[in-house]
Design a protein. Sequence first.
Length: 381
Amino acid sequence: MVPSRASLLFAVRLLVRLVVLVAVLAPTSAQARERLKVLVPDKENLQYLTFWVAKGSGAFERQGIDLELMIAAPPSKAGGSPPIDGMLESGEADAAVLTPPAYLRMIGAKAPIVIVANLFKNEPYALVVRREVAESRKLTPALPLHDRVAGLKGASIGYPPAAFARLRALLASQGLEIDKDVKGTVLLARDQNNAFKDKTLDAAFLATPALEKVASLGDTVVMINLAQGEAPELAIRQTHVLAVSRRTFESRHDAILGAVRALAEAETLIHSAQPAVVEALASVMPGRDRHELETIVALYEPAVPVTPEVRAADIPRAMALVPEGVSAPDLAGTDLASFVAADLAAASKSADNRPRWVGIGIGLFLFVVILLVVRRRRAAR
């Protein structure tokens, strides 16, 4: 008897789900794990979503990496090179998650680093509007970007000091001037979580950790999510990256390849199974509110690259991410390609070290499961 169309469709859906699950859970070949000391600028920053998911989902372990997490100390008031620069160059850390100001500064100083993975490709900021303001102005996220921005003319908008240039660029991209067409208000860190407490603000321009808190409120609307990349002037960049010292890159190439492979696995998971992503985050951030994690994963998913591939051509675009008041490095005449491992992401795909018998076993298992399900559905009719 030929299976019905419904049974076949059900079997195909089941196969797809199982393939995704197996891709995440299949073990690597037996091998001694390599310890990799990775420096992160600050703890639990969800702009480093790809890294945290790779850690929480066990991707590093599956790729033979024994991850040692290091949290960077704040810069000293005495000045000098920030700790993160020295720790990476001295070998105290093997790799580091870097923000644009950090890796641009190090490239400008000709530091011996190599960028090996792209973790976030768009802006982490979103414009959140009080619901009653959105309704009174007839604004919805479904409107064209120009209409949403133009509809905020005259509105009071709060923003962190470091986000001024980004907000100005967003408004200017649609014909508004920040000093003329809106009422800008600086929000210090202590005020961002409760930006709408006294209702003096109509909107707030925020990134994590305040973004997920404010966006989770029932009386707010995420009107513009720059993580989606819909404003070309603020999109397609290497916002956060994983970099290694050149010495580590040359002497421990296999370990770095495994780390990039783990990040690629995490990026695939983020785009295919958000509930599993939330579970991974909750495992490394048990104190975080689950609804807030779900909110930020949904908002930031579009900003996660499909692959961790890095490109030298994208480095100059990151210059716009250097906050005002911070000196931008002079990259004129710098061979940017020498600071980027552009072929590592592609190499990681072909270097999958899962043994062949695992693939054969998985295939047989999926075949048997699908066959049993189809037969059971037919017998139940």
